[in-house]
Ligand binder design. Structure first.
Ligand SMILES: [Zn+2]
Length: 220
């Protein structure tokens, strides 16, 4: 989600490093300028690229007002941003937090980063199936939550990456903590089929090229 904010071109202010947020400039009226709407729609596109099965991260909107403006205007600004996010089909829940009279004309788009980080820290868990994960290893899939740089695991990772590239897929980024079946969750993704794809190719090599088998499964 934080990457999604960055990907949409929003400036991430790091004054409070524990809670990243994008502070979007906002006009004096409660209707959004089209440039801002484009930024927000790009944000939705990037945010919706998360893995299927991922927990929805809360998006918090805070509408600010100049000191001379009625405080209700802050909420209206936040609602205008919410309207654009919803019409662009943002899947994440949105919460408008009560505005504080800060004297600026802006809407703050914040993610609940503590919630998101709690998965990586193991404080919260994705739905998980050990048998499915271990079966993944049996068919040659590496753990995605680690990034080995030596030993047999490095060889497995390198060969796996080569196979994923051969299948013309974009594989996982090692290490990552996601809802992927080979990380912390139960989502199967297109690169989980590459070893079965290779085996099919070997079985049918007399009659077909490996490239004639295609993997149709959700990726990211
Ligand atoms: Zn494992």
């Amino acid at each position: 989600m934080e990457n999604a904010l960055r990907a949409c071109g929003a400036e991430i202010l790091t004054g409070r490093p524990s809670v990243p947020y994008a502070n979007l400039p906002f006009g004096d009226s409660s209707t959004e300028p089209s440039a801002l709407a484009t930024v927000l729609r790009n944000f939705v596109t990037a945010a919706n690229r998360q893995l299927p099965g991922s927990h929805p991260i809360l998006v918090l909107l805070k509408g600010f007002t100049k000191l001379s403006e009625p405080s209700l205007l802050g909420r209206r600004r936040a609602e205008a941003v919410e309207g654009v996010l919803k019409s662009a089909n943002l899947k994440n829940p949105i919460i408008i937090v009560p505005e504080v009279g800060s004297g600026k004309c802006a809407v703050e788009v914040r993610i609940d980063r503590e919630f998101e980080a709690s998965f990586a820290l193991g404080q919260r868990e994705f739905e998980y199936n050990v048998a499915a994960h271990e079966f993944g290893h049996m068919i040659g899939l590496p753990d995605e939550y680690e990034n080995p740089d030596t030993g047999p695991k490095l060889i497995v990772k390198k060969n796996y990456n080569k196979l994923v590239a051969r299948a013309r897929l974009i594989g996982p980024t090692f290490p990552w903590h996601t809802s992927s079946m080979m990380s912390d969750g139960m989502t199967t993704l297109n690169w989980h089929y590459v070893t079965a794809w290779e085996a099919l190719g070997a079985l049918t090599g007399e009659f077909l090229y490996l490239s004639e088998w295609a993997i149709h499964a959700p990726g990211v």
